[in-house]
Design a protein around this ligand. Structure first.
Ligand code: F6R
Length: 242
């Protein structure tokens, strides 16, 4: 594991640099992407690298971790909409290279199977970006999700619904279900960037990186990944035993 601790801005820059390095060494890289507040600064830096002519995303393919059930791409709270706003509209990635879970699919189980197949057909994810929820979730893999899980449908926990309600007009509007890559899908990525910010997650960061590996803390499985880069701001790292 490689661990970088710095200011929020330093983490945003350094994490984006990992992606830039990845694309320079393999222009047709397959990226796994995340939504949420954590990667926004990093995405700004990734878009800047494109504007500066440092890299092109024209051959990159992307798969996002998750999507709400029932929200169409054009819904302002859908994860697709988020990605378009914070990254896709600012880079040269062709629309056909963006694969996304469709939360409006009529057969959700089939949609999950399609996603797994497409990831495999691309040769697997080269670099997966992960944020983490306050309960240790990665993607929408809530506590007690089996480590063997592939892309699947989830019922969101009350704590996640509450946390995510900040993006909606009210808590009632947050969908109760989502589709997510599974923990096994995530762990198959060749390299993982695990990015956490904020004092509110400091205790769970300690459990994830220095506690037992257990489905009760889904992100703790990352200790088993052979190529893990961790980016923590000073607050998120404040309870680590260094
Ligand atoms: C989002 C995702 C989630 C978030 C997590 C942290 O695609 O997979 O696991 O990474 O909920 O969200 P923020 O960054 O908003 O604290």
């Amino acid at each position: 594991m490689r661990l970088f601790i710095g200011t929020e801005e330093e983490c945003d820059r350094r994490a984006a640099l990992e992606v830039v390095k990845q694309i320079k060494s393999k222009p047709d890289s397959v990226l796994g992407l995340a939504t949420g507040s954590t990667p926004i600064g990093m995405y700004r830096n990734m878009a800047q690298a494109y504007r500066d002519g440092e890299i092109s995303y024209s051959r990159v393919r992307t798969f996002n971790l998750d999507e709400y059930v029932g929200l169409a791409k054009k819904h302002p709270c859908s994860y697709y909409y988020f990605m378009r706003e914070y990254l896709f509209k600012d880079i040269d990635i062709p629309a056909d290279n963006i694969d996304f879970l469709d939360g409006t699919a009529s057969d959700l189980a089939q949609e999950c199977a399609r996603y797994e197949e497409n990831i495999e057909n691309c040769g697997g994810i080269d670099l997966q970006l992960l944020g983490m929820g306050h309960n240790g979730h990665i993607g929408f893999n809530e506590p007690d999700t089996p480590f063997e899980s592939l892309t699947h449908i989830v019922e969101l926990t009350e704590s996640t619904i509450k946390a995510n309600s900040r993006f909606f007009d009210s808590e009632e509007e947050v969908p109760r279900k989502a589709l997510t890559m599974g923990i096994k899908t995530i762990m198959h990525a060749k390299k993982i960037i695990f990015f956490v910010k904020g004092a509110a997650k400091a205790e769970v960061v300690r459990q994830v990186l220095q506690g037992p590996i257990t489905p009760k803390v889904p992100a703790s499985v990352l200790q088993l990944h052979p190529n893990l880069c961790v980016f923590l701001d000073h607050d998120a790292a404040s309870k680590l035993n260094l």
